[in-house]
Every structure is written in structure tokens, then in C-alpha cells.
Design a protein around this ligand. Structure first.
Ligand code: FE2
Length: 149
């Protein structure tokens, strides 16, 4: 299996790279990738809003997450611009098996702090993987402006 570069591992904390077949540009639809990515950005913003709603009394958490909501929604809008620029259409959300399996792996009971930490770590992993994959796509396209996590 291909090793992930030291630089990527250090930045993203990922231990294994995405399967190179994932970014077989001849076999994938850029419109589908962009649609998928737009919805990932929306989910990131929504997940932060949900945490703010659930942990309102955690002042630092709320203050840290509030600007991330704005940032992630900004990413959604940027991806939407890319979709429009290419005369594509934002497609429907699809069920993401990878995300559902990660969520199923999260701690369900126990202390609130443990559940929160588990949720934050899961979100960080999804963000890192999404960033890695988008980087791979943009490298394949030779179009750096697509790198947007
Ligand atoms: Fe993002």
C-alpha cells in the first residue's frame, strides 16, 4: 500500500492514505465530487451548530466553534461557485457510508466529556480525510484552486 507522505501525515494526522483508486480521474465525475464536497462543508457547519446547541454552557467551546460555522459555510459557498463556474448543478446529498460507520464507532454512553471528545475527534478525522481527498483530486486535475478544506 502506498505510504502517505510525511508532510501530509504531520499536517492531517492521518496514518494511512486514501486508496489511490479513489482518485481515478478517468472514472469519477468531478460534478459528483464537487457536489459531495459541498454537502461535506454543509455538514461541517451543521455539526458545529449542533455542538453549540448541545453544549451551550461550555463558553470556550461555543466561542471556538462559532467562527468555524462561518468558515465552513464559506467553504460551502466556494464549492457552489466552482460548481456554477463549470456549469454543473449541485446534486442531492447521498448517504455517506464512511461517515455513518465512523459515527457508529463513537462512544454512546458514559461521561459527557468523553462523548464530546469522541465527537470532536471523529469530526477532525472526517475533516482531515476530506482535505486529503480534495488535495488528491486537485493534484490530479492540475488545478490548485480546488484545494479547499
Ligand atoms: Fe471546510
Amino acid at each position: 500500500m502506498e505510504q502517505i507522505s510525511e508532510a501530509t501525515r504531520n499536517i492531517l494526522g492521518l496514518q494511512l492514505p486514501t486508496d489511490p483508486r479513489w482518485v481515478d480521474l478517468a472514472a469519477i465525475s468531478i460534478e459528483a465530487i464537487l457536489t459531495d464536497h459541498a454537502w461535506c462543508e454543509q455538514k461541517a457547519a451543521t455539526a458545529c451548530i449542533s455542538l453549540i446547541q448541545r453544549y451551550t454552557r461550555k463558553v470556550k467551546l461555543v466561542e471556538d466553534l462559532a467562527p468555524i460555522v462561518t468558515e465552513e459555510w464559506g467553504h460551502f459557498r466556494l464549492v457552489l461557485q466552482e460548481i456554477r463556474k463549470r456549469a454543473f448543478v449541485l446534486g442531492n446529498q447521498r448517504r455517506d457510508e464512511y461517515v455513518h460507520k465512523l459515527i457508529a464507532f463513537q462512544q454512546k454512553g458514559g461521561e459527557e466529556e468523553g462523548r464530546l471528545l469522541d465527537q470532536l475527534l471523529t469530526m477532525a478525522l472526517m475533516e482531515a480525510r476530506s482535505c486529503e481527498r480534495l488535495k488528491r483530486v486537485s493534484e490530479g486535475l492540475g488545478d490548485e484552486e480546488h484545494v479547499n478544506c
